[in-house]
Write a new protein. Sequence first.
Length: 304
Amino acid sequence: MSEARSFDADWLALRAPADAVARSSALTRRFAEAVAAGEQRPARLLDLAAGTGANLRFLAPRLGAAGIAAQTWRLVDYDPDLLAACIDACRTWAGSNGWSLHDNGAGFRIVADGWHASVRCVRRDLSRGVDTLPVQPGEAVVTTALLDLVSHDWMEGLVRLVDRTGGPVLATLTDDGLLRFAPFDALDATVAGLFEAHQHRDKGFGPALGTTATAVLAGLLGRTGWPVAVRRSAWVLGAESRSLLSETIRGIATAAKEQDPSRTTETEAWLARRVSQAEAGGLRLVVGHRDLFAQPKPSAGPTP
C-alpha cells in the first residue's frame, strides 16, 4: 500500500486470498478463451512485476481447465528475494494440490492434472520501462496490482509492448480509489483523500497514475484498436480477514501521514480506533480495484 519496492513476500501472501476472491471471473474466463484461441503452442505468458508468482498460481489452472495443456511463463520482477520466494511458494502450492514441481536451476516446471507449465524467472528493473523487453508473437501479457504505481510514459511503453506481441492482456487489481468504511468515522474522508493523493506520488516509475491508471490504459489501448473490457474487483474485508484488514489500514494511515505530516496526531488516533475495531471484528472495509482485459486486435497479429 506504499512504495513500489517495499512489497515483501509476507504482504503478498497475506493479500493473495482476497485478490483471488476479488478478481473478475468473467474477465478471467475471457482471457483464458483468448489464450486458447491463439496459435501459439505452448501458450506463452509474460507476467510483469510477478512477485512471488500469484498470477501464475491463479491463472495456470484456469488456463488448463480451458484446454491449454502446455504453458510457458516468464515471471519478471526487480526483486531477487521475491523471485526466490516464488519457487518456494509454487512448490508448496503444487504439493498441496498433488502436483509435482521440478527445479531446473534457470526456472522450474509444474506438472499438474491435465496441464503443465514451464516457468522462467527473470530479474529486470521495470521502472526503466517495458517496451524494450523481448517478446514472442502472440505472447499474452498479465500483471496484477502494478498499474496504479506507474507513470503515463511507462503506460505508453506497455501499450507499445502489447502491440508488438499481439496477444491478449489481463491487468488485474488496479486501485480505483474506493475506500468505504463501516461504521462511519468522522476522519475517514480526510484520511482517504490523503491516501489517494499519495497514490499519485512517484513510486519509482515516475509520477504515478494512481486511481486513474485503468482508465488511462483503456484509453490508450482503445485508441490503437484494442477491444477493452473493464470490471470491478473490490476487496471486501471484515471479521474473516482481520490480519489483512489491519495491515491495509496501517498502510493507508502511513501514506496519509507521509502526505500531510501536520495531521499525524489525528491520523494516528484514527488508526488506533480503526485497528481496534478491526481486531474486534467490528469493522468492514471495501477497497476498490478494477480488472482490465484487452482482446487482440480483430484484424492484426503482432506488429512487425
